[in-house]
Design a protein around this ligand. Structure first.
Ligand code: PLP
Length: 413
């Protein structure tokens, strides 16, 4: 792609998360109703035949399209400053369809070494069986990306900040390398969210989201999205839209309705995640029980400078996100004692996987999200036995602090 296109908006991101609409709602409804229907009819036989012939009717069958999809798509496209968006049944469906679509015919994909466990499994054990080749690269250094490029490289897939290590990749620099070689850059922006990072404005071609996380924010659905240029997304038979339709990995209208409701508080939630997470990172850094704390907003993060350049709100203020990762002295056994505290006591912290919810969540990648990766491999990716991943919620900071304070005091280090 020669020139990156992205859309600027007059309204600020928090306002867009509330007000962007795909069109006038029927009957003047203030909130778009749920189109809980599998199919849509036409008035006449002629209209029916024409609709199938030239796609002149917007809605025919919910596996093709549905007004609730359009509403969420319009909004997420605007948050990412993208031209268009497609929603999918999950973040994994969005990733899988995009990579199969772009890297068909046995192409080569360069991806970040440390990825969400499901994406890691997809790229290690599933898609290679369909002939797609992957190189896992330490994308913290753009030179490694340059060296990994082959004749048949079609995609560079970045997860930044990475799950769970919060390692960063320089989107702008890597996109410049990619553009010279006609390679598309796809960024999984689930961790930062468009509030803190807009990859299309840095030169990426597509952005992927697990809407399940910060965009929805309420932990009550699974859904994904791809944002980018309209031509790639909806340009006829050879488009991601067509692949979504025919492979059938579509979102559900009810989930779109819920995501739309969650999105309305996106701006205020993100501000609170950013501020609570920075407080937790600073608090943990000052505790004797910690071995190491990883948070892009800490001066001690090895890529803090890049974070200051790349993780910015639309107003240019730093926004380092709601994810905090740390390691306790005492490795696996200390981590387990620490987690037990949250299972056995009433705190503001829940021991579950997932992230970006309104409540604070903690999980242990080595035995939970990344347990499928063999230990040696896992350690090479920086996912040590004692690493703990926190998705900081929007509770009152004092209660989050007290929960961590009590759990730390309970492990006797
Ligand atoms: C960074 C990242 N990308 C993608 C996914 C997959 O999203 P979903 O669970 O919605 O399929 C996850 C899930 O945890 C994730 O953390």
């Amino acid at each position: 792609m020669d020139k990156q296109k992205y859309n600027k908006h007059k309204q600020k991101i928090g306002t867009r998360a509330i007000h962007i609409r795909a069109g006038r709602h029927p009957e003047g409804a203030h909130i778009l109703p749920i189109y809980q229907t599998g199919t849509f009819g036409c008035e006449t036989l002629e209209e029916t035949a024409k609709a199938f012939e030239d796609n002149s009717k917007s809605f025919l069958y919910t596996r093709f399209d549905n007004p609730n999809f359009r509403q969420v798509e319009k909004k997420i496209a605007s948050l990412e400053q993208g031209e268009d968006c497609l929603v999918f049944s999950s973040g994994m469906a969005a990733i899988n369809t995009t990579i199969q679509f772009l890297a068909r015919n046995s192409s080569h994909v360069i991806c970040t070494q440390t990825l969400y466990g499901g994406t890691d499994e997809l790229f290690t054990n599933i898609l290679p069986k369909l002939g797609i080749e992957f190189s896992f690269v330490d994308t913290r250094d753009p030179e490694n990306v340059k060296k990994a490029v082959k004749e048949n490289t079609k995609v560079i897939f970045l997860e930044t900040p990475a799950n769970p290590t919060l390692a960063l990749a320089d989107i702008k620099e890597i996109s410049e390398i990619a553009r010279k070689k006609n390679i598309l850059v796809v960024v999984d922006n689930s961790f930062a969210s468009p509030y803190n990072q807009r990859p299309l404005t840095l030169g990426a071609d597509l952005v992927i989201h697990s809407i399940t996380k910060y965009l929805n924010g309420h932990g009550d659905l699974i859904m994904g999205a791809v944002v980018g240029e309209k031509e790639l997304l909806r340009g006829g038979k050879d488009s991601l839209f067509h692949w979504r339709d025919i492979t059938g990995c579509v979102a559900a209208p009810l989930n779109c309705f819920l995501a739309e409701r969650g999105l309305q508080t996106f701006g205020v939630r993100m501000e609170r995640y950013n501020s609570n997470a920075l407080k937790l990172a600073n608090f943990l850094e000052n505790r004797a029980e910690k071995e190491k704390v990883y948070y892009p907003g800490l001066a001690s993060h090895p890529q803090h400078q890049l974070a200051q350049k790349q993780m910015l709100t639309e107003q240019g203020k730093p926004g380092f996100g709601g994810m905090v990762v740390f390691e306790l002295k005492g490795g696996m056994s200390a981590a387990k004692r620490f987690l037990e505290y949250f299972l056995k006591n009433e705190t503001a912290v829940s021991l579950v996987i997932s992230l970006g919810y309104i409540d604070t969540l903690i999980q242990h990648p080595a035995t939970m999200t990344h347990a499928a990766i063999p230990r040696e491999e896992r350690l090479k990716k920086g996912i040590t036995d004692g690493l703990l991943r926190v998705s900081v919620g929007i509770e009152d900071w004092e209660d989050i602090k007290e929960s961590f304070e009590q759990a730390l005091n309970s492990i006797n280090i």
